[in-house]
Ligand binder design. Structure first.
Ligand code: FA5
Length: 366
């Protein structure tokens, strides 16, 4: 194997005159130039810099072995050749670096260039869920009648969900609203997921003196088995209006106006006697079946009418729980099943579709 001349001094190499020194440096230069030619990668200048200009590189070896121990008569020529070689190597490595970095930059630019002629990326924008749209439609109608929107907690105490609404513990009406109680440490006050939005009637009247005109949109929970019209979580909008001179007429007018606005002007309403412990009298509001327009069909079970929601005049017993003077004030309340109303309005035959997040269903209601 050929020995490395930079490991030996000039004397050890047998170099004793100017011509031999120049030849020696010329050979080194040729070696450098051929190494430069053999490299073309954008980062190749880095090993070249280390090999030639680094602390243990070729030039420092030449300085140690040839320059420093050079005999006095050769020192000037060795010094000159050394400086020329160093300049040559520095320029050579810098040129490699410039070429390499330029290439890397062009490659990066080419990679990052935005081609405006390519088709854009279409990101699907979601839409409001049909239940949300129905909420907004209901809110719009009642806001136009002077109601305000309030919201309340989904976790309630039995007092607000039942007792203050005139549903005492033994009352059979509780059976139909048996629900999910929270698992709390022994001795804690019981809490449950509200079964209806009606507790907000009590919260509102506790805080506010008449006149009261509110609607309460929100989620409610019941231990109902899921089927095409039932879900264990569904949505209601509660309504409450209490003032000193509210009559059954105003109640009827408001309900009729809402149904006409919501389902269309061809729809008629009728009130059917019903029962809720917190309203007296209580009614179910029915509307003309919008499929057969009252002639009778499968949807309305040939009756021509469809049940829409429960309502009534606020039972004076409820005023007793909120310190309202039952002799002075009167009012009405209603509880709209939002999912059911939405099903009727848009002809959706299964309430479960609202909760399955199937985009094929959701896309139909942009
Ligand atoms: C109530 O919840 C009363 N709080 C309504 C009320 C308020 C009456 C104020 C009087 C005054 P009801 O249990 O009928 O009433 O429920 C109201 C509506 O919720 C029903 O008409 C129906 O549309 C809807 N609903 C009831 N249970 C379910 C369920 N499991 N899934 C989907 N919707 C339901």
């Amino acid at each position: 194997m050929e020995s490395n001349p930079t490991e030996k001094t000039l004397a050890e190499l047998g170099i004793g005159d100017v011509g031999a020194v120049e030849q020696l440096f010329a050979d080194v230069r040729v070696r450098f130039d051929s190494q430069v030619k053999g490299h073309s990668g954008p980062l190749d200048w880095q090993p070249m810099q280390v090999t030639w200009l680094g602390r243990h590189g070729v030039l420092s070896a030449i300085s140690e072995k040839w320059l420093k121990p050079a005999p006095p008569h050769l020192r000037p020529i060795v010094g000159r050749c050394f400086n020329e070689l160093r300049t040559h190597v520095e320029h050579g490595v810098q040129a490699m670096r410039n070429v390499g970095e330029g290439a890397a930059e062009s490659a990066a630019l080419a990679r990052e260039r935005v081609d405006l002629s390519l088709p854009g990326v279409i990101r699907p924008i979601g839409s409001r869920h049909l239940v949300r749209q129905t909420f907004e439609e209901i809110e719009r109608i009642f806001l136009s009648l002077g109601f305000t929107v309030v919201e309340g907690p989904e976790i309630e105490t039995p007092y607000y969900n039942f007792e203050a609404l005139n549903i005492p513990e033994h009352h059979p009406a509780r059976d139909t609203m048996d629900t999910f109680y929270l698992d709390l440490p022994p001795g804690s006050q019981p809490h449950l997921l509200r079964t209806h939005t009606s507790p907000m009637q009590v919260h509102t009247m506790e805080k506010q003196q008449p006149p009261v005109r509110i609607i309460v949109p929100g989620k409610v929970y019941r231990r109902d088995n899921p089927d095409v019209t039932h879900s264990y979580m569904f949505h209601q909008v509660e309504g409450l209006a209490v003032d000193t001179d509210i009559t059954f007429c105003e109640f009827k007018g408001t309900v009729e106006y809402f149904v006409r606005e919501f389902l269309g002007s061809a729809i008629k309403t009728r009130l059917r006697p019903s029962y809720f412990p917190f309203t007296e009298p209580s009614v179910e509001v029915d509307a003309t079946c919008f499929v057969c327009m009252g002639r009778g069909c499968r949807l309305c079970k040939l009756s021509g009418w469809i049940e829409l929601f429960g309502a009534g005049m606020v039972d004076p017993a409820v005023y007793g729980f909120v310190n309202y003077d039952a002799k002075r004030v009167s009012g009405y309340a209603f509880g709209l099943g939002v999912d059911r109303l939405s099903q009727l309005k848009y002809g959706i035959d299964d309430v479960q579709l609202f909760f399955q997040n199937d985009v094929r269903f959701l896309r139909q209601f942009p």
